[in-house]
Design a protein. Structure first.
Length: 76
Protein backbone atom coordinates (compact mmCIF):
# COMPACT_ATOMS: atom_id res chain seq x y z
CA UNK A 1 0.00 0.00 0.00
CA UNK A 2 1.40 3.37 -0.95
CA UNK A 3 1.12 6.58 1.02
CA UNK A 4 -1.60 7.91 -1.28
CA UNK A 5 -3.82 4.81 -1.05
CA UNK A 6 -4.43 4.66 2.70
CA UNK A 7 -6.79 7.67 2.67
CA UNK A 8 -9.01 6.08 0.00
CA UNK A 9 -9.67 3.08 2.23
CA UNK A 10 -11.00 5.31 5.01
CA UNK A 11 -14.16 6.02 2.97
CA UNK A 12 -15.22 2.41 3.48
CA UNK A 13 -14.45 2.47 7.21
CA UNK A 14 -16.31 5.69 8.14
CA UNK A 15 -19.35 3.71 9.28
CA UNK A 16 -17.16 1.67 11.66
CA UNK A 17 -15.22 4.12 13.88
CA UNK A 18 -13.56 1.48 16.07
CA UNK A 19 -12.25 -0.44 13.07
CA UNK A 20 -11.12 2.83 11.45
CA UNK A 21 -9.15 3.89 14.55
CA UNK A 22 -7.39 0.53 14.67
CA UNK A 23 -6.62 0.72 10.94
CA UNK A 24 -5.11 4.20 11.25
CA UNK A 25 -3.05 3.18 14.26
CA UNK A 26 -1.40 0.28 12.45
CA UNK A 27 -1.35 1.31 8.78
CA UNK A 28 -0.79 5.06 8.57
CA UNK A 29 2.58 5.79 6.95
CA UNK A 30 5.12 7.53 9.15
CA UNK A 31 6.19 11.09 8.51
CA UNK A 32 9.56 11.07 6.76
CA UNK A 33 12.48 12.93 8.32
CA UNK A 34 15.19 12.11 5.78
CA UNK A 35 15.33 10.92 2.20
CA UNK A 36 14.05 11.94 -1.18
CA UNK A 37 10.38 12.27 -0.16
CA UNK A 38 11.11 15.05 2.32
CA UNK A 39 12.45 17.39 -0.36
CA UNK A 40 9.65 18.30 -2.75
CA UNK A 41 9.41 21.10 -5.26
CA UNK A 42 7.11 23.79 -3.85
CA UNK A 43 5.81 24.63 -7.30
CA UNK A 44 5.08 21.27 -8.98
CA UNK A 45 5.69 18.63 -6.28
CA UNK A 46 8.50 16.68 -7.97
CA UNK A 47 10.97 14.82 -5.80
CA UNK A 48 14.09 14.64 -7.97
CA UNK A 49 16.67 17.25 -9.01
CA UNK A 50 15.90 19.52 -6.07
CA UNK A 51 17.55 22.95 -5.67
CA UNK A 52 17.43 24.11 -2.07
CA UNK A 53 20.13 26.78 -2.33
CA UNK A 54 19.05 30.26 -1.23
CA UNK A 55 15.90 28.68 0.23
CA UNK A 56 14.38 28.10 -3.23
CA UNK A 57 13.05 24.53 -2.75
CA UNK A 58 12.40 24.09 -6.48
CA UNK A 59 13.15 21.30 -8.92
CA UNK A 60 15.51 22.13 -11.76
CA UNK A 61 12.67 22.23 -14.28
CA UNK A 62 10.71 24.89 -12.39
CA UNK A 63 13.89 26.82 -11.66
CA UNK A 64 14.67 27.09 -15.37
CA UNK A 65 11.18 28.41 -16.06
CA UNK A 66 11.13 31.14 -13.40
CA UNK A 67 14.84 31.95 -12.89
CA UNK A 68 14.76 35.33 -14.63
CA UNK A 69 11.58 36.37 -12.80
CA UNK A 70 13.31 35.67 -9.48
CA UNK A 71 16.37 37.70 -10.50
CA UNK A 72 18.93 35.15 -11.71
CA UNK A 73 20.87 35.92 -14.89
CA UNK A 74 22.08 33.37 -17.41
CA UNK A 75 25.74 33.78 -18.26
CA UNK A 76 27.27 32.52 -21.54
Amino acid sequence: MTASDWRKILKQLRSKPVVMAKFIKHNKPREKKIGITVKKCERCGRFGAHIKSYGLNLCRHCFREIAEEIGFKKYS
